[in-house]
Write a protein that binds this ligand. Structure first.
Ligand code: IMP
Length: 430
């Protein structure tokens, strides 16, 4: 049984915790897109880990973690992360597999990311400035450098010299020395090469011997390069199609898809967010939900649950179920709103518009639902949730058309409700 776990909103849904929670039922955990723009927070053994490039399964001994060809890899960021988890006692050894086809984020990508944002001025995307977009640009323009290229010093030298010269023309200086970039990459290859292999072949063999695989998405459906709120998106396919292209696995290798959604909505960076709360309530959600970017520390924009957006994620990804996270952040609010449709120029819209200007012009249409007074924080059995909280969850299930198979009520692994009898129950066998 292989499942994909991916974001059903604008990222930061709590995928790290859910992947970590499910990992004991799997043998291999794979990242298929994105890079160290992701920040998957996992609390384990009394410690907080923010995983950026390493799949969230890395904290479990015996699990093989895969970085697919769809991921963009900054070698320095990868090594820093490996050092960090190793210092905390996590043994990596041969548990890491990196695709030889994954593209590299090189020092000029970071510079070009900053430059591109500065040039966009008011139209800036609000990227994480990690060089993600420029690395994918080079990939699509067929001038990128892949992990496997590091083995061939001559070809690598040519590519780096060519790309640094292009960087110099764009930036208008010659401060970047291609030899230093090359030396750095040479050193990176020495450290990385034992982990580098043909990921598609590795996964085919893993499947052939029945090893269960989890595919871990980064960012979220509404940040997908094709299906998100373009251009205010990341540069990869965070949706389920990215699993196949980003790892070289066939669609039939995916037996189930679990979407992760917060019990409200957040977004970091620019772009429309119809259910955004800018006043006191927005601050309240930000403070109690600790809504500050795991990677950049930026405050996240907060709003009510947007069921139009989540329904869209259900459709695009064929979600079987949702993991509903951070329900406890809503504790104590007298009443809650759920955005069930949009209103635009007097007309009602029940589906996500494809055009970002149209989305920006949409007003949320809310349904009011009663809040609850006794806390849900730390509740581990569905029956123990306050009646109003259960009614809230049921209503979200009705509106989105998928069951909430997992409900998270706190940051610790244990603060989780796994719904008995849900369609996804077979994924969570103890
Ligand atoms: P980039 O991925 O750094 O190019 O950023 C593009 C957009 O995606 C920006 O709005 C970022 O804030 C957003 N973004 C990228 N990665 C994440 C993430 O892991 N969580 C939430 N937002 C993200």
């Amino acid at each position: 049984m292989n499942i994909a776990v991916l974001g059903a909103q604008w990222g930061d849904e709590g995928k790290g915790k859910i992947v970590d929670l499910l990992t004991p039922n799997f043998s291999v955990v794979c990242r298929y897109q994105g890079g160290h723009n992701a920040g998957h927070t996992v609390y384990a053994n009394g410690r907080k880990f923010v995983l950026r490039l390493l799949p969230s399964g890395i904290l479990h001994d015996g699990i093989t973690c895969v970085i697919g060809n769809g991921v963009v890899v900054d070698p320095q960021a990868l090594f820093a992360e490996i050092d960090e988890v190793s210092a905390a006692g996590v043994r990596i050894g041969d548990r890491l597999i990196i695709s030889d086809k994954a593209h590299l984020i090189l020092p000029y990508h970071r510079e070009l990311d900053l430059l591109s944002e500065a040039r966009r001025g008011e139209r800036k995307i609000g990227t994480t400035s990690r060089g993600i977009g420029p690395a994918y640009e080079d990939k699509i323009a067929r001038r990128g450098v892949r992990v496997g290229d590091l083995a061939n010093r001559e070809a690598l030298r040519e590519a780096v010299e060519h790309n640094v010269a292009a960087r110099n023309r764009i930036i208008g200086d010659t401060t970047m020395d291609p030899r230093r970039v090359l030396d750095e990459l040479q050193a990176a290859w020495e450290r990385m090469s034992p982990w580098v292999t043909d990921v598609s072949l590795f996964l085919a063999r893993a499947r052939a011997v029945g090893r269960p695989i989890m595919f871990e998405g980064a960012q979220g459906t509404l940040l997908d390069i094709d299906h998100g709120t373009y251009p205010y998106v990341t540069s990869s396919n965070a949706t389920v199609g990215g699993v196949c292209t980003g790892l070289g696995v066939p669609p039939r290798a995916i037996d189930g898809v679990l979407g992760v959604a917060k019990a409200y909505t957040t977004r970091v960076g620019e772009g429309p967010l119809p259910s955004e709360l800018t006043g006191e309530l927005g601050n309240r959600l930000r403070e109690s939900g600790q809504e500050f970017g795991a990677v950049t520390g930026r405050p996240r924009r907060c709003g009510w649950y947007d069921a139009v957006a989540v329904r869209y994620a259900v459709r695009i990804n064929g979600l079987d179920a949702l993991a509903l996270t951070k329900l406890d952040v809503l504790d104590g609010l007298p009443e809650l709103q759920v955005c069930t449709s949009y209103r635009i120029r007097g007309a009602s819209l029940t589906e996500m518009p494809g055009d970002v200007a149209q989305l920006a012009a949409c007003e949320p249409v809310y349904e009011t639902i009663a809040g609850w007074t006794s806390p849900t924080a730390g509740v581990r059995r569905y029956e123990e949730l306050p009646r109003e909280a259960r009614a809230y969850v049921s209503r979200l299930e009705e509106i989105t058309g998928v069951p909430a198979a997992i409900i998270s009520t706190g940051s610790a692994r244990e603060d989780t409700i796994i719904r008995q009898g849900s369609v996804a129950a077979k994924w969570f066998a103890p």
